[in-house]
Ligand binder design. Sequence first.
Ligand code: HEM
Length: 424
Amino acid sequence: MTQLTSSWSDLRGKCPVSGVDLDYRPFEHHGMYAFFAEAREAAPVFYCPEIGYWVVTRREDILPIFRDPDRFSAAIALSPVKPLSEKAVALMQTHGYGAEPTQVNCDRPKHTRIRKFAGQLLAAKHYAKLEPGVRDLVREFCAALEGRPRVDMVRDFAYDLPARVIFLMLGIPDEDTPKIKEWADNRLLLTFGELSEEAQIAAAEQMVDYWNYCTALVDDRMARPRDDYASQLLAMRAGDDDRLTINEVCSLVFGLLLAGHETTTNMTTNALHALLSHREQWEAICADPSLIPNAVEEVLRFASSVVCWRRRTLEPVEIAGDTIPEGENILLALGSANTDEAHFEDPLRLDISRENARDHLSFGNGTHFCLGAPLARIELRIILEELTRCFPNMTLADGEPLDYIRTIAFRGPEHLWVDLNGAS
Ligand code: HEM
């Protein structure tokens, strides 16, 4: 932290630039959109001492940051937002945890080299081939809900489903789902949450197992190649470390084994919550499934599962008229950009026919634009097609609390209870 910002850090909640009082709670999701609306107006860029980040809230300021890798590094995208305890770090180091930056937290030129390979496999034409398998899985999960009047759409539906889709790409057996989901949940909290030291150590132990699982998978594909992601990366590598090292291949598998499902699990339940809370929009897609593709874009805009993302300044920069020094942490408030009235008319209204819904920044923008966006769109479309067909009378269950996971970036409910046949 620079001298400038550390001297500001005691101004808890008060923007040092505008002097406006702000009650930003970075781990809290209730009231977040209303807060951002206020911030965009009163202090579009403000400093949050609790986490040591400058928060950028306007779409017109966020977009150029995504598009300027010369001045904004992505290297901190996966750094623990709350520094890890020495014990947790030592545990990971001494037990061989070796994941290295390859994608979302990797800068040029390494990122360009690796994206050239990974991007050939994480591409729309490959995802399109997965569509029948995704449909079968979604139908299997819908069938498992039949006959149960009240279900939790997180645990009974969206929690495992996207992981099973990614397992199709990675050739991972279904029985490994519970442990991988648990590892991924803890990796998310270790990176984006605020765990106690004890919880950090428990999560760090799991990270070692998680990493070892990925290296064992890559070892296996070296010995017995298959038609899956790791085998194809190894084939592209062709034994040449200048193309990809073995550790980079392991890190790419480790990366996909989080990015590929935690995002979509939360997005599925956010989408359902948004549509069921706006009954007429749910009924519209039940009556006319051709409205679903644009409804997918609108729920991505209105209730994204990734509401903030991170960059670091590589030189002093001016954002919205304020100068931010070199080496500062920047939090890009994607949820705020997606509800910015300067770009989206009546932004806090869910409107599945919104013409510019696809202008959301939920998948980022520029050199790191999400490589899974086409797959996430396929999954969400098929999920909505099948759920509206099987359970058109579904309603949100009365009297159930809606608690969100506590992280600065990922947004999704812990549980989402619904009555599949409507309220009795
Ligand atoms: C609704 C679901 C999803 C959301 C909201 C989402 C969001 C994001 C965001 C915000 C980024 C960072 C972009 C940037 O820095 O400019 C990203 C990157 C990435 N995502 Fe996704 N994602 C989703 C689903 C997926 C899926 C299903 C996969 C895998 C199949 C995936 C793979 C990736 C990868 C590999 C990157 C790194 C790209 C790079 O740095 O070159 N994502 N995603």
